[in-house]
Design a protein around this ligand. Structure first.
Ligand code: ATP
Length: 236
């Protein structure tokens, strides 16, 4: 029903060979929330959000339940693609296509895509529309990958390290984009290292360490509970 959360994760376990990457993670993201996942390198953030996006096939030792707007990412792949937008860390796109060509390709996947002009406007790439992907700066490539994740007007958006490696102006622009998505009614799951970003954007945050959720709460409550020293550790 309508009261159902946007994202539910229960008892999630994920191994790469012998390495336990995610160890009994549970999350509940309400509709319309901006929910942060924080933690140091290797804490299991990317594996968690990639599993929510249905990008990992479950192995023999993997367990857990994931629902996105009631959909099971392992079983309801086509339906999930229509409601979920994902910006992955270090996503590789087709180098020889221009910004406009990539946007056109992504627009062809969806019944009601955002107009190309709106997409470039969202991430400040109006001047780069005819530039090939491999001629964009790293920050521009990252901003394009965010725009592509928003092409299908997703109701749930996953952003992995939205602003890592961006200059301060681009960072502020991405924050404004996230706030605009929230104002449009989207639910946002945001992986971040930056406390400043989380305090500014997130309604609630889960702190991950060694594949486990240490704490979940508002950014202010987390600072009060964990203490500044512990949090600094988590944001390496
Ligand atoms: P980062 O901030 O560096 O992206 P993270 O919190 O997103 O870290 P994950 O990338 O989910 O963490 O990694 C969790 C653990 O799983 C780490 O110990 C990592 O080395 C390991 N790991 C991740 N991907 C693989 C893989 N493909 N094969 C083997 N081990 C992996």
């Amino acid at each position: 029903g309508e009261a159902e959360p946007a994202i539910v994760v229960e008892g999630l376990h994920k191994r790469y060979g012998q390495k336990i990457a995610v160890d009994d993670v549970g999350l509940r993201v309400e509709r319309g929330e901006i929910f942060g996942i924080l933690g140091a390198n290797g804490a299991g953030k990317t594996t968690t959000v990639e599993t929510i996006a249905g990008l990992h096939r479950a192995g023999r030792h993997d367990r857990g339940t994931v629902r996105v707007l009631g959909l099971d990412p392992q079983r309801d792949r086509a339906a999930l693609r229509q409601v979920l937008g994902v910006q992955l860390q270090d996503a590789r796109l087709h180098d020889a296509l221009t910004v406009d060509e990539l946007i056109g390709l992504y627009r062809s996947f969806y019944p009601h895509p955002r107009p190309a002009a709106e997409l470039v406007g969202l991430v400040g790439l109006e001047e780069q529309r005819s530039v090939r992907f491999d001629k964009l700066s790293g920050g521009q490539q990252q901003r394009l990958s965010i725009a592509l994740a928003l092409t299908g007007r997703p109701r749930v958006v996953i952003l992995d390290e939205l602003t890592t490696g961006l200059d301060p102006k681009s960072r502020r622009q991405m924050w404004a984009t996230v706030e605009q998505l929230r104002d449009e009614g989207s639910t946002i799951l945001l992986v971040s290292h930056a406390m400043e970003e989380v305090e500014r954007l997130c309604d609630r945050v889960a702190l991950l360490d060694a594949g486990r959720v240490l704490a979940t709460g508002t950014p202010a409550a987390l600072v009060a509970e964990a203490g500044a020293a512990d949090l600094d550790e988590a944001f390496v």
